[in-house]
Design a protein. Structure first.
Lengths: 454, 483
């Protein structure tokens, strides 16, 4: 696919990196030659210096044959106009990043008027991700399939868990929970486990199943699942705003700590139900006076990565069960992996994943539609959901008779209201939702999971 | 430095070179020449060394800028060395230094020769000589990028180091696609020329030799008298036009194929290139008609051919410009340094650099007039950043410095001033013939071993635009943990 990205910022670069690796022809446009230098040096993409609003630059980038234009500059308005111009010039699809909450309410109207195919709001996406983590406390990370009927949970094995040194076969007999361990990350290597695989402590597990079954499993292996009732959020930016709204819908009390008094006043107007505290979130005495220790979760979402990490560590030391930190720089994740912060959210990765999912969907408009796509373990493994249809070649064939490509696991089959953790005798029927876990592969079609010629 | 990856890349290049010797073997076979065995031996030797290097396993495939430069520099030295094998083994050029000179001259598309009687050589050797031109014209490593499936983004560093011009870039987003497009244009130009030359009555063999020599702007011929041997106005016209065409930035041909004629015609470098060629022809015609040549027509015929040949750094000749007036000779010497366009197969300093240098001078003068004025140097309406400009100035100085030092070494031979200076100018700028003893009707055979080696270095330095080769002489470049 021919893809043009306007704006070589954090998001633009990340998208370019991932899209070019997936064998797309990527062109990046940016006004700043310094920003382009890195992309030109490290990525197999074409860089054009110029303003993405200019028709001439867009034409030079080949907008007429472009399949997709992604506008990811710092300005919402620029992004909208870029997409509008691009559409008029012949781009097949456009995606705009629009992040201002003022636009958020009229997003559908804007989308229709500007003929946008997708609008991405990074802060909102991050907020919804955090909200899901709050909803499901044991998870380091959680992704949903089939409208929430199936979840994939990331979980770290601690020494006190009863499943340590048990093989998967024994675990499934013992817990009888109807879940599947779809992937294990051990010492930086990725394993798609089979029944004989033995769980060790410090493994990171990816568990697939119905939400209730997954909770049951967690209880069985000795994790306390307690519903979070109140949350402290440090930083009162846009993420906090969206997050407070989501949490409010979930009946969770929110306390926001923001250093800027004017912003606090604004927030009181925007979020009438939330408690807004004006102060420095890294100030321990303030956190104590605001009852940090009795909070169900602590979330740091200020602009500064360092402050977010420090505050999250402080909260962890004060016994907060669930601690989530937002981090902008990917490089930090390796350093803080073992520091005790439960989950780290990286806005650009979340946004990039949303867009990649859309692009992958476009690529196989002819094949099976992709319903969900998540990249886990630093992108080395993908969890992907397809809907089987009449083009699927192996309908009604028992899975044990299929020669499934190495590194691919059929994790779940969703048939109407029934959720099947598949065994050898199960079959895929038309209209089933099939959830797959694939290592080192970029699946674009359900038919790709069986060895060709079988 | 990623030594393993560098070795692996050199191995790949050698394997490609071994494959490129196969057509010459075929020629030897067709003409039933005694060179069949030397070619087989050369191919096996090159392939064995290539495969041995290729089998090295490299855990990290990431290449940084310096790795790219090292691959290009060492790759070129290796292909030149192995390219000399057929000459030595067949006995066509028994001296190792001479064979190396001829091989370097071939790959760097210089066309300078140490052979006195070309026509006496086996046809397969002549074919190999010209085929090295064709491989070197667009670049062997670019060929590697074009044909290898496993190309990652970091190979852009190889392309940057091999392609001529101040800021070589991609035509399309993918580097492998870019390389393929460049080679497609190159092959199309070659094929068209072969067909046109065949129509002019050349034999297929001669047509191939001259098409290789022209499209790569090399200049090896299968005749002692070069293109003059045919005495045909048609052939001269075809070669003149193709020499000119191959001195144009190949990106413009891609734009043309996309029907983007407007951008092509507005291209400042193309206009500058055309302007210089036109002016030079007019001046030489005025200077030579009535004195050297009787009619204006004859003057135009010879002036156009020689100007195209020199500015594109091809080096074919139809006239002995040693007998031209000094004014015309000096114009040719100046053209040697200007060279062809960036992104073409030609050598020299490149039109774009000269154009930008002229613009820098203009700005300096304007600064005196308006000391506080903010002025930027633009090309095709786009601002050229200051880093590129200072890079070009440094490059220009470096070029002149290398020229001066090389002339000094060559002058040890005790040849006359014109021969010494133009021998270096003709090799550094990848032209071939100079003036005096190394003029179009002479050759480099009488120079000393030292001079031949220095000129060989000049040819590679000129083709790769200095830096890759110069980096090899930098001790800290080789250190493992260099800082």
């Amino acid at each position: 696919m021919k893809i043009i990205i306007i704006g070589d910022g954090k998001l633009g670069y990340n998208l370019a990196e991932n899209l070019s690796k997936e064998n797309n022809d990527v062109t990046i446009i940016d006004k700043n030659p310094e920003a382009l230098k890195k992309a030109g040096e490290y990525l197999d993409v074409m860089c054009i210096k110029g303003n993405g609003l200019s028709t001439q630059i867009l034409l030079e980038a080949g907008i007429k044959e472009a399949d997709l234009l992604i506008a990811a500059t710092a300005s919402d308005e620029t992004n909208m106009v870029c997409c509008l111009t691009a559409k008029k010039l012949g781009a097949a699809h456009t995606i705009a990043r629009i992040r201002d909450p003022e636009y958020a309410d009229e997003l559908d109207k804007l989308k229709a008027d500007l003929d946008l195919d997708m609008v991405i709001n990074p802060e909102q996406a991050v907020a919804s991700e955090i909200a899901r983590l709050i909803e499901f406390p044991p998870a380091l990370n959680i992704e949903t399939f089939s409208k929430g009927r199936v979840v994939m949970m990331e979980m770290k094995v601690t020494p006190d868990m009863s499943i340590v040194n048990m093989s998967l076969n024994n675990i499934s007999k013992w817990t009888n929970a109807g879940i599947l361990i779809g992937g294990v990350l051990r010492d930086g290597t990725v394993v798609i486990p089979n029944g004989d695989f033995v769980i060790k402590q410090n493994d990171t597990l990816y568990i697939v199943g119905q939400p209730s079954k997954v909770v049951q499993f967690c209880k069985r292996i000795g994790i306390h699942v307690q519903r979070i009732k109140n949350v402290m959020v440090m930083g009162g930016g846009r993420i906090a705003y969206y997050l407070a709204k989501y949490l409010d819908e979930m009946d969770i009390k929110v306390k926001i700590i923001e250093i800027n008094r004017e912003r606090c006043i604004e927030l009181t107007e925007l979020l009438p139900k939330a408690l807004i505290v004006c102060g420095d979130g890294t100030d321990e005495s303030l956190l104590h006076s605001e009852n940090l220790t009795s909070m169900g979760a602590f979330i740091s979402v200020t602009d500064k990565d360092e402050e977010n990490i420090i505050a999250a560590l402080m909260a962890k030391q004060n016994g907060v069960q669930k601690v989530i930190a937002k981090i902008n720089r990917v490089n930090y994740t390796f350093a803080i992996n073992n520091m005790g912060i439960n989950s780290v959210v990286i806005p650009k990765l979340i946004t990039a994943n949303h867009i990649l999912r859309y692009v992958r969907g476009l690529q196989n408009a002819m094949g099976d539609p992709i319903d969900a796509l998540y990249r886990i373990m630093d992108g080395r493994v993908e969890a992907i959901e397809f809907t089987a249809n009449e083009h699927t070649k192996f309908l009604d064939t028992p899975l044990k008779d299929l020669k499934i490509v190495k590194g691919i696991l059929v994790a779940s089959i969703v048939r109407k209201n029934e959720i099947i953790i598949p065994h050898g005798s199960d079959v895929i029927k038309a209209d089933d939702k099939v959830i797959l876990i694939a290592k080192d592969k970029k699946l674009a079609d359900l038919n790709d999971i069986v060895e060709p010629g079988v | 430095m990623n030594y393993r990856m560098i070795a692996k890349s050199i191995g790949t290049v050698l394997c490609i070179e071994a494959a490129c010797m196969l057509p010459s073997l075929l020629v030897a076979f067709i003409y039933q020449e005694a060179t069949t065995v030397p070619f087989v031996v050369s191919i096996l030797l090159t392939a064995v060394v290539g495969l041995a290097l290729l089998s090295i396993k490299s855990p990290i495939s990431r290449l940084y800028s310096r790795d790219g430069f090292a691959i290009v520099a060492l790759g070129w030295i290796h292909i030149s060395a192995f390219g000399a094998l057929p000459f030595i083994l067949s006995g066509a050029i028994p001296s190792v230094v001479d064979a190396l000179f001829e091989s370097v001259s071939g790959f760097s598309t210089t066309g300078a020769s140490i052979l006195k009687n070309v026509e006496a050589l086996p046809k397969s050797i002549l074919f190999w000589r010209s085929f090295t031109h064709w491989m070197g014209g667009m670049g062997v490593l670019i060929l590697m990028i074009a044909i290898l499936p496993s190309v990652n983004a970091s190979t852009i560093n190889i392309m940057k180091a091999e392609s001529p011009g101040p800021s070589p870039g991609k035509i399309v987003p993918k580097i492998s696609e870019t390389a393929k497009i460049l080679y497609t244009i190159y092959i199309v130009l070659t094929v068209i020329q072969v067909v046109l030359l065949l129509a002019g009555g050349m034999t297929l063999f001669d047509a191939l030799i001259h098409a290789f020599g022209t499209t790569s702007t090399g200049g090896f011929s299968s005749k002692n008298a070069s293109v003059a041997a045919y005495g045909s106005v048609y052939i001269e016209t075809v070669i003149t036009i193709f020499m000119f065409l191959c001195g144009v930035n190949f990106t413009l041909y891609y734009l043309l194929s996309k029907r983007n004629l407007k951008t092509v015609l507005r291209d400042e470098e193309l206009r500058f290139y055309f302007g210089i060629v036109f002016t030079a022809i007019v001046l030489i015609v005025l200077n030579t008609s009535g004195t050297v040549y009787c009619t204006i027509g004859e003057s135009i015929r010879y002036a156009a051919f020689q100007v195209s040949s020199i500015i594109t750094t091809t080096g074919y000749a139809t006239a002995d410009f040693n007998i031209w007036p000094v004014f015309s000779q000096l114009i040719l010497v100046l053209l040697m340094f200007i060279g062809a366009s960036a992104g073409s197969t030609g050598g020299g300093l490149k039109c774009i650099r000269i154009l930008l240098l002229a613009k820098i001078i203009k700005r300096e003068i304007a600064k005196i007039n308006h000391p506080s004025a903010v002025q930027t140097v633009k090309i095709n309406g786009r601002i050229v950043d200051e880093e590129t400009l200072s890079g070009i100035m440094a490059f220009f100085f470096f070029w002149i410095l290398i020229f001066a030092v090389s002339v000094l070494v060559v002058s040890l031979d005790g040849k006359d001033l014109i021969t010494s200076t133009t021998a270096v100018a003709a090799t550094l700028n990848n032209i071939g013939p100079g003036l005096g003893l190394v003029g179009p009707m002479g050759n480099f055979a009488d120079l000393s071993v030292l001079s031949k080696l220095v000129l060989s270095v000049c040819m590679i330095v000129g083709r790769l635009e200095i830096y890759p080769i110069m980096l090899l002489f930098l001790p800290s470049f080789w250190k493992r943990g260099n800082i």
